[in-house]
Design a protein around this ligand. Structure first.
Ligand code: GDP
Length: 487
């Protein structure tokens, strides 16, 4: 991933040429002595994030390409925020090192501000300096990728039924549904029965990234697969199952599930429903994407949001940038369950369509105060209500009765508030706590009652406590949940 013109295509070309391959599919498989690497040639972070929005995690490492003469640009930041939001490690490639105006140290300083600190400066990010044009540093980059893979302990077992992800799929006139599947674990073989998303099938043929028919595909191989019952979606999980009956049953179940999620309630975060969503689920963080007309306004919004962040509800600004709200922003929001706020900017048409499809809360404002105040009100619902003890009444024990069923009953006089059945009860003697239980039985004369008001007499029984004494103070209390306001 990287900013336009920073050399992604050239880098892929360089990798492909030095490894002689001619491919039609959007994934390249590079064999090295110490292992193999698959490059997913996605058109950009939008595709990457779209896949992730569907729950697919196909990328183990993101290669962030930055032109050393141009430095960090808007799409660089966007790409690294997408990678970070996905929790995918980033390896930085400083490209165009052959150009005289290349300033690698300057770019490193820029990236350090985004927590991508090179190892030589005490950080943990691998930086590789290359020239895609002059084919310099390509081998080193590939080695670094394998090293990183080793460190991340990325491994797979070829002796298992295959599992993978659909990278792309289409309906081919002559061949029917065709999908590029990235095998991530196990080995895929011709004749295997599989489920992919809502469809199933039997592998009729497989074509590798060099255009050759293959009989089997081990882990980390992209292959074109023929034999689907329908066209799956990019990002669909693909896995081999034992029998065609299982495959059918599973895909039917998934069809039904798909229909249900299409019709059912959405679990998207939105400012309106935050409060309820918090109460039902366990959302404790609000992810926000901030877009604005100028750097100053973006920073102002960011700062104000940071100040709103409380211990109970953290505000994560997962991406902030100058510019209109784009489709990519909406996809990132979808993948990260975030909302998008814009200050003095508006969504592009693509963003509007994506917003509808993905059901994302996108809001635009022209006054920062309004923006902050909306988020604040949503958060007040978001904040866990404070649980506070409320004393509802007090009584004093005047005499003791013994009953066979409840044991000792405290004949009491309510001198303040109310004593309420089933509420908590505390027994105080000389201002010290003796016991805490609850009002299990409450009587006014011979009658069972639910509560007794001040200035009345009553009999109080606590099933777990028998040791009342005359002059004990009984305090009846409860817990109330009080919605909290932010300071
Ligand atoms: P992409 O938009 O990120 O895919 O970038 P491209 O690969 O299309 O490269 C954009 C331009 O930069 C092209 O004109 C390339 O020839 C040029 N370019 C790419 N890599 C290098 C490099 O290492 N050195 C120099 N001098 N130019 C490069």
């Amino acid at each position: 991933m990287g900013h336009v013109d920073h050399g992604k295509t050239s880098l892929l070309d360089a990798i492909r040429q030095s490894n002689v391959m001619d491919t039609e599919i959007g994934a390249y498989h590079v064999e090295l002595e110490s292992g193999s690497v698959v490059f997913l040639d996605t058109p950009g972070h939008a595709a990457f994030t779209a896949m992730r929005a569907r729950g697919a995690q196909v990328t183990d490492i993101v290669v962030l390409v930055v032109a050393a003469d141009d430095g960090v640009m808007p799409q660089t930041v966007e790409a690294l925020n997408h990678a970070k939001a996905a929790g995918v490690p980033i390896l930085v490639v400083l490209n165009k090192m052959d150009v005289e105006s290349a300033r690698p140290d300057h770019v490193k300083r820029q990236l350090a501000e985004y927590d991508l600190v090179p190892e030589e400066w005490g950080g943990q990010t691998i930086f590789v300096e290359i020239s895609a044009k002059e084919r310099i540093g390509i081998e080193e980059l590939l080695e670094m990728l394998l090293l990183e893979a080793e460190l991340l302990e990325l491994s797979a077992n070829p002796n298992k039924p295959a599992r993978g992800t659909v990278a792309e799929a289409k309906l081919d006139k002559g061949r029917g549904p065709v999908a590029t599947v990235l095998v991530q674990n196990g080995t895929l073989r011709v004749g295997d029965v599989f489920v992919a998303g809502r469809y199933n099938g039997k592998v009729r043929a497989m074509i590798n990234d060099r255009g050759h028919h293959v009989k089997n595909a081990p882990p980390s191989t992209p292959v074109e697969v023929l034999g689907f019952t329908g066209v799956p979606e990019a990002g669909d999980q693909f896995f081999v199952v034992g029998s065609e009956r299982d495959a059918k049953a599973l895909s039917e179940f998934r069809q039904a599930q798909h229909r249900a999620t299409q019709l059912g309630p959405q679990s998207r975060v939105s400012l309106e429903e935050l409060f309820q969503q918090i109460q039902e689920g366990d959302i404790k963080e609000l992810n926000i994407i901030v877009k604005g007309d100028v750097q100053g306004s973006v920073e102002a919004v960011f700062d104000s949001l940071q100040r709103l962040s409380a211990d109970e509800v953290k505000i994560n600004v997962i991406h902030q940038a100058v510019g209109g709200i784009t489709e990519t922003d909406v996809l990132l929001a979808s993948a990260s369950n975030a909302i998008v706020v814009g200050f003095n900017v508006h969504p592009t048409t693509g963003a509007l369509i994506a917003k509808e499809n993905e059901d994302i809360d996108v809001r635009t404002y022209s006054v920062i105060y309004d923006l902050i105040s909306d988020v604040r009100s949503a958060m007040e619902g978001l904040l866990e209500p404070e649980v506070r003890e409320v004393v509802v009444g007090r009584g004093i024990v005047r005499e003791l009765f013994r009953t066979p069923r409840m044991g000792t009953i405290a004949g009491s006089y309510v001198n303040w508030g109310r004593i309420i059945r089933n509420y908590a009860l505390r027994v105080l003697r000389d201002n010290r706590l003796v016991y805490e239980g609850q009002v299990d039985s409450l009587r006014h004369f011979k009658e069972d009652v639910t509560e007794v008001q001040a200035n009345y007499e009553c009999g109080i029984g606590v099933s777990t406590f028998d040791d009342f004494k005359v002059d004990d103070v009984l305090e009846c209390y409860t817990h109330e949940r009080i919605p909290r306001l932010l300071k």
